[in-house]
Design a binder for this molecule. Structure first.
Ligand SMILES: *Cc1c(COP(=O)(O)O)cnc(C)c1O
Length: 495
């Protein structure tokens, strides 16, 4: 039975359900399958989304039974997405766009966060865990709403979401602060996403948390993409989209393709890398960043350097300087060498940067291409693609489109390219309207209606409904007070 190991200590081994329950390994490492199984791509040609998910999840999460996986998949995806296909692929110009935003909160994170709570609930039963699970999550916007939606009123689990007070869209904020559910708590933090994320990481590893967990029988876990249960469901749409193109006759079985991925915490693209390692014919994974281009620099130079200013961009869900899942990629690129990973992560922690060896850099170059896209280029891209191809995209998707354009012009290969669309344009309606040279004044909902009037593109229902929902969460705290907030909250009987 395949098991999971920590990227920082190969003696720490757990099975899939434990890895999902814990989120992060005790010493700070991330869990990765000790061996990535090869997946039967041929069998998936012609399969629907749910059947594909059942095959992939069973292979990757081996201590769950097939029946358990099937139930989770059906509960997570039946009638929960706007389209039966969940993640439809459409042809746009000379590329394809894989639409990952038809879930309950209109962003790609819904794909994994619709199923993670169910896997976690089951993992709790399988491991006879007595503790109450407390999910702590820092969000750059989309994780929070998708996680709140997924975990809302799930038994035996409570969830606390921290979001940066500045730098998320009005719609994202509204989705979170209106969230219902007796087990959800939402709090704004004065600071940026990295502040919120470091705050959560500190809480996870603090001795005080450990003491509290023992005395109150709590188990702190994470719904961020440091949880392997977030990454594995994302492998499904890589396989599904490829199988779709084979099925349509657009590519031959085995023909390599490129995927262009708008990247922040490196979770989406890492699922693509795992898909490649399990046999999906991927030529290049195109890592697209916004002006917070720390990943672009790293993939070009081999130096990861966080000593720079954090910028707020029009693609806020990618405004990140510390890209957590890069650690998993490095682990896989160093032939799973925890000593090397510890060295790099220590250097990053103490000095703010590290440089990988040439051999690792070369290995990374085989698979990854990278580039970035400024805000001006993002707006231009949205405008151009709408004018030339009659396709409306959100700013995150536009970043990936633009970098895939640069990739095409660099003539690295001529394989077909699939651009991952990670949010509905209506989730970032203000920027999209500006990109179409329209007046961007007024509140978020009038903007959404204007964008609809202009383009005729359908508005996701969950976004229309937001307007009339009551704000339930008003807390705004200093980043130093996050631990205090959590310790107080867990002591309250009702939320
Ligand atoms: C989270 C998010 C991203 C970045 O995904 P990562 O897995 O963090 O790399 C890109 N676009 C949108 C809309 C997102 O919500």
């Amino acid at each position: 039975m395949s098991s999971y190991v920590s990227t920082r200590d190969s003696d720490i081994r757990v099975n899939a359900s434990e890895a999902i329950l814990k989120g992060l390994s005790d010493e700070g490492g991330l869990f990765m399958l000790d061996e990535i199984p090869s997946l039967p791509l041929e069998e998936m040609i012609g399969m629907d989304f749910q059947s594909t998910a059942k095959v992939i999840l069973k292979a990757m999460l081996s201590d769950f039974t097939q029946d358990e996986i099937n139930t989770c998949v059906e509960q997570a995806y039946t009638n929960k997405f706007e389209t039966n296909e969940c993640t439809p692929i459409v042809s746009v110009g000379d590329r394809y766009v894989l639409e990952l935003f038809h879930g309950p909160t209109s962003a790609f994170k819904d794909v994994a966060l619709s199923i993670l709570p169910r896997l976690m609930s089951l993992a709790k039963k399988k491991n006879k865990t007595q503790e109450e699970i407390i999910i702590l999550t820092a969000t750059s916007g989309d994780t929070g709403s998708a996680a709140l939606n997924g975990f809302s009123d799930v038994d035996g689990i409570r969830i606390i979401v921290f979001f940066p007070d500045q730098g998320i869209s009005a719609t994202q904020r509204a989705q979170m602060v209106t969230c219902n559910g007796k087990n959800v708590s939402v709090c704004a933090v004065k600071g940026n996403f990295d502040d919120a994320q470091s705050g959560v990481k500190t809480i996870f590893t603090s001795p005080e948390t450990k003491k509290l967990s023992e005395s109150r029988k709590l188990l702190f876990s994470s719904a961020n993409s440091i949880n392997i249960g977030r990454l594995i469901p994302q492998m499904v749409y890589y396989f599904k989209s490829y199988a779709n193109l084979v099925n349509k006759g657009d590519i031959l079985p085995g023909e390599p393709v490129n995927f262009a991925v708008p990247t922040g915490n490196f979770g989406n693209i890492l699922a693509g890398y795992m898909a490649k390692l399990s046999g999906l014919p991927i030529a290049k994974l195109i890592c697209a960043s916004n002006s917070n281009n720390v990943l672009t620099e790293f993939l070009h130079s081999g130096v990861y350097d966080m000593r720079r200013n954090f910028l707020r961009t029009l693609s806020p869900s990618m405004d990140i300087l510390l890209s957590s899942n890069l650690e998993r990629m490095l682990y896989l690129s160093t032939d799973r060498n925890p000593t090397t990973i510890n060295r790099y992560m220590n250097e990053l922690y103490h000095h703010g940067y590290y440089q990988v060896d040439d051999s690792i850099k070369n290995k990374i170059d085989e698979t990854f291409y990278s580039g970035f896209c400024s805000d001006t280029e993002t707006l231009e891209t949205i405008g151009n693609v709408y004018r030339d191809e009659d396709y409306l995209m959100d700013p995150h998707t536009a970043v990936a489109w633009k970098v895939s354009e640069d990739f095409k012009n660099a003539q690295i290969n001529f394989h077909k390219t699939i651009v991952l669309a990670t949010a509905s344009p209506y989730k970032f309606a203000h920027s999209v309207l500006i990109a179409l040279n329209q007046d961007g004044s007024g509140d978020e909902f009038s903007i959404i209606r204007r964008l609809h009037k202009l383009t005729g593109s359908p508005i996701p229902k969950n976004l229309i409904d937001l307007e009339n929902m009551e704000v339930r969460h008003n807390s705004v705290i200093e980043k130093e007070d996050m631990a205090h907030y959590v310790f107080t909250k867990v002591g309250e009987q009702t939320w």
